[in-house]
Design a protein around this ligand. Structure first.
Ligand code: PLP
Length: 367
């Protein structure tokens, strides 16, 4: 069996360090906003190259809190529209709805699966005040053009970087998290930087936003039992922060391993029935997922199952066709719908062996 993602093997590499940090946390007993959160926040800001990082309970909250923070600062107001990609994990769309803003779903570039400036431009109207670009599957969106468009039209630009920890722009060598006004990260266990539970963070160079987020995520409070604004409870857990600091040291090496595997797939798989992903060979992709397209996905799934290769679909139903989002049920988004019917993700992870990679390649060439 070739696992899609062997979480046990991934985390077992850090077992001793995790156990030591757990013992220390138990001794200190500062479980909420202890030193580990502050330490991780400064380490992750430094890693991303931003001035600030604010931990949150998860990635969805990180996104929603950025938007709520901008509302608090008067930069967005109820009813403003926000551009989001139509093919993304539902969290991107939900964050906009949770902030009482209006999501405008835009079709992706079918080669990169990401937002591109020309497709966004067609949708712009005067109510649109922000763009959330998602670096889907670990590949940076069309950052330079989207940034230019946002600057020209005076729009806020945000990143949903939940799948792109460490991805680096070929244009200016800046990292995901430092390519917009504010970025949201998820540390869900399967992510390239994954905790042992839920976790998230916002990175930004905007001091006012960072200060607002520190209030919003902690009951609107700087000082215990003094509440300045109507806040939420969405803090990064202190123990998770300690685990994340340990794993952060391995992130670049792990991302490099993912790229090596992706390059091996791209070089080795030669089968006209399988469309391989676009990749420019640079560090702008950290291969959270290696997503291919196939005409008859059901048949391909059966083939993989028969040969004990695990797979996943990121994602089987696009947000606008989810029951929860029936406000979009009249939308027709042919590119997004086509992608969702054809895509399937192959195993990729930093602990996958060369032998496993070769087994997958050889097998795919027989399909
Ligand atoms: C693109 C994207 N955005 C947002 C999220 C939300 O993160 P979380 O699950 O930590 O809330 C995820 C991950 O699940 C994601 O993949």
């Amino acid at each position: 069996m070739i696992k899609f993602l062997d979480l046990h093997k991934i985390n077992n590499r850090f077992r001793e360090d995790f156990q030591n940090s757990f013992s220390k946390s138990l001794d200190d007993s500062r479980f909420i906003l202890g030193n580990n959160v502050a330490k991780f926040e400064s380490g992750y800001a430094e890693y991303c190259g931003t001035k600030y990082c604010v931990g949150t309970g998860n990635g969805l909250d990180a996104l929603a809190l950025i938007l709520k923070g901008y509302i608090h600062l008067g930069k967005l107001k109820k009813g403003d529209k926000v551009i989001v990609p139509a093919n993304t994990f539902i969290a991107t769309v939900l964050s906009v709805l949770h902030a009482k803003l209006i999501p405008v779903l835009v079709e992706p570039n079918p080669e990169t699966y990401n937002l591109s400036a020309d497709l966004v431009k067609d949708q712009l109207d005067t109510d649109i005040k922000a763009i959330i670009m998602v670096h889907l599957y670990g590949q940076l969106a069309d950052v330079e053009s989207l940034k230019q468009l946002a600057d020209e039209c005076n729009l806020l630009l945000m990143e949903d970087a939940a799948q792109a920890h460490g991805a680096e722009s070929s244009f200016n060598s800046l990292k995901a998290g430092n390519l917009s006004h504010a970025a949201a990260f998820s540390f869900y266990p399967s992510k390239n930087l994954g905790a042992l539970g839920d976790g998230g963070a916002v990175t930004t160079n905007d001091l006012e936003l960072a200060k607002t987020l520190r209030l919003l995520n902690n009951y609107g409070s700087e000082e215990k039992y003094t509440n300045r604004i109507i806040g939420f409870n969405s803090r990064l857990d202190d123990m998770q922060a300690a685990f994340l600091s340990i794993k952060l040291k391995a992130l670049d090496i792990d991302n490099e391993r993912r790229r090596t595997i992706a390059k091996a797939y791209l070089k080795g798989v030669n089968n006209s029935k399988l469309k391989l992903p676009f990749y420019d060979g640079s560090k702008n992709h950290v291969f959270y997922a290696f997503v291919i397209e196939v005409d008859d996905r059901d048949d391909f799934k059966k083939f993989l199952n028969k040969h004990h290769i695990e797979w996943l679909i990121h994602y089987p139903i696009p947000p606008h066709q989810q029951q929860a989002l029936n406000v979009f049920s009249n939308l027709v988004l042919p590119l997004t719908e086509k992608i969702h019917k054809r895509i399937i993700s192959l195993p990729i992870s930093p602990v996958m062996t060369d032998r496993d990679v070769q087994t997958v390649i050889d097998l795919l060439n027989t399909y």
